[in-house]
Design a protein around this ligand. Structure first.
Ligand SMILES: NC(=O)c1ccc[n+]([C@@H]2O[C@H](COP(=O)([O-])OP(=O)(O)OC[C@H]3O[C@@H](n4cnc5c(N)ncnc54)[C@H](OP(=O)(O)O)[C@@H]3O)[C@@H](O)[C@H]2O)c1
Length: 249
């Protein structure tokens, strides 16, 4: 699943993945654990957190599941404190957790949902960046991966708060990339493209999930962006294009 070059350089690194309890985040947490990364991950559902942690331990690494409700996160300090109980340095941050909101014409978006989507997809992510930046700066090669979506840049009817919040998330990511220039931190945005998860199934209930790629297909790109050798910075990468370019090599 991973280029052996990157797998060896990931051994012993420490990662924080938001939304590691299911979907893309969970597959990433387990796959990084298998190559020797110590993974701290967040989610809400206690049973899913326990299951992911058991899978990480079975993969042979230590790790931790942090219960975190992003719709209520407005202060970086408690997260920073909880993280410091697990690590004094962060090599990898993957801001992955997000919610999709509801699909309606823009003037029919319920304002309460709009606010919640911006809270989870933007404001909580900024609080997490604030909480983790000091730990990333202690790494010799901090890597940040911002998981976004194609509709952040491509207008698509009824994508509402999800698209607007991801556009704001991408701007936040880009500004962070400017701020860390001159440091060893490298940050990049990834659009995973259609991927077989609960979020995709909720957004496209009529779609046969087996026609959509599994999260595992994203792992080579994500591992590469997490590795200390990665010198890409400030890029927005479309995973499907990257996967196609790799298979045609
Ligand atoms: N799947 C796709 O086709 C697709 C396409 C483009 C972009 N993306 C992006 O890829 C990323 C991952 O998506 P996914 O498809 O893997 O989603 P998913 O299967 O719905 O998983 C979402 C994860 O985020 C966590 N989460 C959601 N709301 C939360 C909240 N309020 N507080 C704390 N944690 C919360 C969930 O934890 P709980 O278990 O606690 O709910 C879960 O671990 C997202 O940024 C999404 O926008 C996905």
């Amino acid at each position: 699943m991973t280029d052996p070059l990157f797998a060896s350089s990931l051994v012993g690194r420490t990662a924080l993945i938001t939304g590691g309890s299911r979907g893309i985040g969970r597959v990433l947490a387990e796959s990084l654990a298998r190559v020797g990364v110590r993974v701290v991950f967040t989610g809400r559902d206690p049973r899913a957190l326990d299951e992911t942690l058991a899978a990480l331990r079975a993969a042979g690494t230590s790790g931790a599941g942090l219960p975190l409700e992003l719709s209520e996160l407005d202060d970086p300090a408690p997260v920073a404190q909880a993280l410091r109980e697990h690590t004094d340095r962060l090599d990898i941050l993957v801001l992955n957790a997000a919610i999709g909101g509801v699909r309606t014409p823009i003037v029919e978006q319920p304002l309460a949902t709009w606010r919640e989507v911006f809270q989870v997809n933007v404001h909580a992510c900024l609080a997490l960046l604030m909480a983790t930046d000091p730990l990333l700066r202690r790494s010799d090669a901090g890597r940040v991966v911002f998981i976004s979506t194609g509709v952040a840049r491509r207008r698509k009817a009824t994508t509402g708060a999800y698209a607007a919040s991801k556009a704001a998330f991408e701007m936040m990511a880009g500004l962070y990339c400017l701020d860390v220039e001159g440091s060893p931190i490298r940050g990049n945005i990834v659009n995973p493209g259609p991927t077989r998860t609960e979020m995709r199934a909720a957004a496209f209930p009529a779609e046969d999930p087996m026609t959509v790629k599994p999260p595992e297909a994203l792992m080579p790109l994500l591992h590469r962006l997490c590795a200390p050798e990665c010198d890409l910075h400030g890029q927005t990468l479309d995973a499907d294009d990257w996967i196609a370019s790799q298979s045609s090599r």
